[in-house]
Design a protein around this ligand. Structure first.
Ligand SMILES: Nc1nc2c(ncn2[C@@H]2O[C@H](COP(=O)(O)OP(=O)(O)OP(=O)(O)O)[C@@H](O)[C@H]2O)c(=O)[nH]1
Ligand SMILES: [Mg+2]
Length: 420
């Protein structure tokens, strides 16, 4: 089964909690703080692996949860970090944030990888909060929650040359003649339902990858037929071959076919229409084809190659020409390095306040994270929380919104009563 799209949820591991502990030593009634830090949570990493060719695995598994870090322990022992979770995808997979549509990474080569959800850092143990004034703090942080988001995986095949044409034009017949690919061939439209790739080896020893996609019809860019779903698989090709039914076995006009194909490419993405191309005038073994030669020659001149995919006549020459064209175009590097590819962060406000029927709801990643990391069981935890939110400017902002003593402030599942 060929699957080229998936939507998955990734949740990195939470950091382990820091702990409160004190040294116990002989003859020392009250030792210093010795609570260790929690370990970092495991991140979720996506990595390209050439052993894969589809996103089929994600049809059945849509949630990925990272390992959490261990909690800290007494005697200054830090918790162990959670191991990263590695998700393998085929090279050619584009990863997008489902909320923002932003491209997180474009993994084109084997081994490239990107962190899609970062593990939370471990909470600090009380040993880290000791100061000259407070030598025995009973304050420790909880671990930071791991990042979570929905992401989309879109596979765009990595082929050098793409075949485009109407249904029944002979694309699959052609790829089966010039490569080892064995697609289904039949004289009804939309025989090909998913893209086929074939490796073409020229007599000269060179080779390239050819892609055969389902036939295009008018309106394909809007989803007519099957075209739309598969047009993105030729986005990365560097040369196109328009395969035309020169014999017009379906009584259309051969030049109309060509203009429709071009228009569909253009509307799907202008970059498709501007790729270097050749015209393969197919089905030249049929007598009807001869009537159309003159006008094709007039229109395309040098771009035109006459072939019969059925008998193989002219197909080797077409491949050699296509390769020549391909090698004259510089390789476009889509990504630079080998490791982490691209990762964007937004500068978000620390919090947003909404007044819902007199309850002041405070949300925002930073403040929610702080709340999750605070251990409210101790007075010191609560005090520190208040100190930090005031530094963020929360109290001022609440006052600006007209909060009165006795009203409720809610942060996620925590509620506080406001007092001056
Ligand atoms: N006479 C003749 N028939 C051909 C030639 N090439 C393909 N055909 C026939 O045309 C019909 C369609 O061929 P396919 O290769 O399946 O066409 P396609 O372009 O892949 O079609 P879709 O997958 O539907 O888009 C089949 O019956 C082929 O045998 C040719 O050069 N000459
Ligand atoms: Mg086909």
């Amino acid at each position: 089964m060929f699957v080229d799209y998936a939507k998955i949820n990734v949740k990195a591991g939470d950091g382990g909690n820091g702990v409160v502990a004190f040294r116990r030593e002989k003859y020392v009634p009250m030792g210093g703080p010795s609570g260790g830090d929690g370990g970092r949570g495991g991140s979720i990493v996506i990595k390209a692996d050439e052993g894969l060719s589809t996103l089929m695995d994600f049809k059945y598994r849509r949630h990925f949860k990272g390992k959490r870090g261990s909690h800290g322990q007494g005697k200054n022992m830090h918790g162990a970090g959670g191991e990263d979770t590695i998700i393998l995808v085929p090279p050619g997979t584009v990863i997008k944030d489902d909320d923002t549509d932003e491209v997180i990474a474009d993994l084109t080569r084997h081994g490239q990888q990107v962190v899609v959800a970062k593990g939370g850092r471990g909470g600090r143990g009380n040993a880290r909060f000791a100061t000259a004034i407070n030598k025995a703090p009973s304050l420790a942080e909880n671990g930071e929650p791991g990042e979570e988001r929905w992401i989309r995986l879109e596979l765009k095949l990595l082929a050098d040359i793409g075949l485009v044409g109407y249904p029944n034009a002979g694309k699959s017949t052609l790829i089966s003649k010039v490569s080892a690919a064995k697609p289904k061939i039949a004289d009804y439209p939309f025989t090909t339902l998913v893209p086929n790739l074939g490796v073409v080896r020229l007599n000269s020893g060179e080779s390239f990858v050819l892609a055969d996609i389902p036939g295009l019809i008018e309106g394909a860019h809007e989803g007519a037929g099957l075209g739309h779903r598969f047009l993105r698989h030729i986005e990365r090709t560097r040369v196109l071959i328009f395969v035309l039914d020169t014999a017009q076995t379906e009584n259309r006009d051969v030049l109309d076919d060509y203009h429709t194909l071009r228009r569909e490419l253009e509307k799907f993405h202008p970059s498709l229409a501007s790729k270097p191309y050749l015209i393969a005038a197919n089905k030249m073994d049929l007598p009807e084809a001869r009537n159309n030669i003159a006008k094709l020659q007039e229109k395309f001149g040098d771009h035109l190659m006459m072939i019969s995919a059925a008998t193989g006549k002219g197909t080797q020459e077409l491949m050699a020409r296509a390769y020549q064209l391909l090698s004259s175009i510089p390789m476009e590097e889509t990504v630079a390095g080998d490791e982490v590819v691209l990762r964007k962060f937004h500068d978000e406000p620390a919090f947003v306040i909404e007044n819902i029927d007199g309850v002041f709801e405070v949300s925002g990643k930073r403040i929610e994270k702080l709340a999750a990391m605070t251990n409210f069981d101790t007075d010191e935890g609560l005090e520190r929380f208040q100190r930090i939110i005031n530094r963020m400017g929360l109290e001022d902002a609440l006052r600006q919104q007209g909060i009165q003593a006795g009203q409720t402030v809610r942060i996620k599942n925590l509620e506080f009563e406001y007092s001056e």
